[in-house]
Ligand binder design. Structure first.
Ligand SMILES: Nc1ncnc2c1ncn2[C@@H]1O[C@H](COP(=O)(O)OP(=O)(O)OP(=O)(O)O)[C@@H](O)[C@H]1O
Ligand SMILES: [Mg+2]
Length: 237
């Protein structure tokens, strides 16, 4: 029986689709078979060719039920269901089907307020910071916003997926044959985090040096300006 991971949340543009594909790509890099399942009526399916995972089009509830049946029969597979924004009923449906639920959110107070609502509605779900700033001072401000707005949910917040501009390659209808190393590393890091959460073993090919979170989200060597003062929280609100 496949493990089912749902990537959902009410807010649009938080990175649900990108996270779903990064996760599947990362699973592939760790030797794990997976399928990325599209449920968003407003999006078109992406070709599986060249990916390390299958793609499935389950934009109707009937097809979704069939895809879920199929996945359930696939021992050792991972099924990643990409949700769509503003679909609370669908999110509730997917939540019930899932072994693990991810709620991506960006460095924005609006995203954080929305993810609080979703964390309350979905008590088993994990919040996943996405498109996280890569320069140190922006990251510091982002982390402070998380502390301020998501303090009580700190135990349910995962390590961030950093902003990686090449992540958009995964959302091309046809993916390029090779992907940039920073993207592959980010995919692997996300997949590892999820497999660890689910207590699942994986082949960890040691072709990536262990990175600390700071290195993972490292800036391009840009240091904060000399007289940089972090933005006061009140001004960030
Ligand atoms: N880690 C990332 N680094 C850089 N850009 C990202 C990252 N994740 C997402 N993006 C960009 O942010 C935008 C929104 O991402 P995505 O389509 O994955 O969000 P979504 O939650 O699926 O949106 P929707 O609610 O419309 O389904 C896209 O342009 C995508 O390329
Ligand atoms: Mg999407």
């Amino acid at each position: 029986m496949a493990e089912i991971i749902c990537v959902i949340g009410n807010k649009g543009g938080t990175g649900k689709t990108t996270v779903s594909h990064m996760l599947c790509q990362g699973f592939g890099l760790l030797g794990q078979r997976s399928a990325c399942v599209l449920t968003d009526l407003g999006r078109e399916p992406l070709a599986a060719e060249g990916r390390r995972y299958l793609t499935a089009d389950a934009r109707s509830r009937e097809v979704l039920a069939k895809v879920m049946d199929k996945l359930r029969g696939l021992e050792g597979w991972m099924g990643v269901i990409d949700g769509g924004a503003n679909r609370t009923d669908m999110d509730r449906h997917l939540y019930k089907l899932a072994d693990l639920v991810l709620l991506p959110f960006r460095d924005s107070h609006e995203d954080m307020r929305t993810v609080v609502r979703d964390l309350e509605m979905f008590p088993r779900a994990w919040a996943l910071p996405t498109q996280w700033p890569t320069n140190p001072w922006a990251r510091e401000a982002a982390d402070r916003s998380v502390t301020q707005l998501l303090g009580p949910w700190q135990q349910r917040i995962l390590e961030p997926v950093c902003a990686v501009s090449s992540s958009k390659l995964l959302l091309q209808k046809h993916m390029p044959e090779t992907l940039p190393t920073p993207l592959s590393n980010a995919c692997r890091r996300l997949a590892r985090q999820v497999l660890d959460l689910m207590d699942l073993a994986y082949d960890d090919v040691a072709d990536m040096e262990e990175e600390s979170r700071e290195q993972a989200c490292a800036a391009t060597g840009v240091a904060p300006p000399e007289h940089y003062e972090p933005m006061p929280l009140a001004a960030a609100a």
